[in-house]
Design a protein around this ligand. Structure first.
Ligand SMILES: [Fe+2]
Ligand SMILES: [Fe+2]
Length: 256
């Protein structure tokens, strides 16, 4: 199974680029499954149901999210109804939606788990405490990808080691800055600390850079807007063997 993973899609520029480039990228990488982190897909804050639907219609199999997921209120009910849209598993169990799903692909079943890191993101429960419960819900599915949406590199590296041999891949998201450490761990788990961003590079992690600089200079509230210049797609392509172990993980980047 070959999985294409697109990291944090930011705003309309990110969505448009994913949707327009997806057919050629699926063809070039011979991808069987597509997972997209969409936590910034609607104006940089969460994702509206219509934008999930647009990604799914374009060929995306599962949309994961993260700390911004609650910013779109009209997604709450949709999170309960749409099994292909995830929010971090370790949020409150009473929150809308789910953090784990299984989809059928032409190369077999794929399980997807969405987790939030603890540091700076303050989820209800530690991802380390509950990840085994999430994996149990997959009922023995061999191909499993975990999106750990987290700030701290140490937390993501530790989760990679903790899950090595138990899942096919641990992919970090949230920082919007891709790390140079994609590799397959000894137990057969593909790993990268952060897969990057699908959005404008002429920005500060997707936001108009002037606004972010103003906030740092004044330390006063500034209303952030999504930038639109120099849009790139970033993510990883992961190949799994028959047993669900990773054979390779490679970063990709593609100009819009
Ligand atoms: Fe993000
Ligand atoms: Fe985030």
């Amino acid at each position: 199974m070959i999985i294409l993973f697109f990291s944090d899609v930011v705003g309309k520029p990110g969505r448009a680029a994913v949707i327009s480039k997806l057919p050629s990228l699926i063809g070039r990488h011979r991808a069987d499954a597509v997972v997209v982190n969409g936590e910034n897909a609607t104006d940089g804050k969460g994702i509206k149901p219509a934008h999930v639907e647009a990604l799914l219609s374009a060929g995306v199999d599962v949309v994961t999210t993260g700390n911004h997921v609650w910013k779109q209120r009209d997604a709450y009910r949709y999170l309960d109804e749409q099994p292909r849209l995830l929010r971090p598993y370790n949020f409150l169990a009473s929150n809308p939606g789910r953090g784990v799903t299984v989809v059928d692909t032409r190369a077999g079943r794929l399980g997807v788990v969405n987790l939030s890191g603890d540091l700076y993101l303050y989820p209800a429960r530690s991802p380390f405490e509950v990840v085994n419960d999430a994996l149990e819900e997959l009922h023995g599915v061999r191909n499993v990808i975990v999106d750990l949406h987290a700030e701290a590199t140490s937390e993501k590296v530790a989760m990679g080691w903790y899950l090595d041999g138990q899942v096919s891949a641990v992919v970090g998201t949230h920082t919007h800055v891709r790390t140079a450490d994609a590799h397959v761990l000894p137990g057969g788990t593909a790993y990268i600390t952060d897969a990057g961003m699908c959005g404008p590079r002429d920005s500060v992690i997707g936001v108009k850079k002037e606004l972010v600089i103003e906030r740092f200079l004044t330390q006063l509230p500034v209303r952030f807007e999504v930038a639109d210049g120099d849009v790139w797609l970033e993510g990883v392509v992961i190949e799994l063997g028959e047993d669900g172990r990773a054979l390779r993980i490679e970063p990709f980047e593609e100009p819009a």
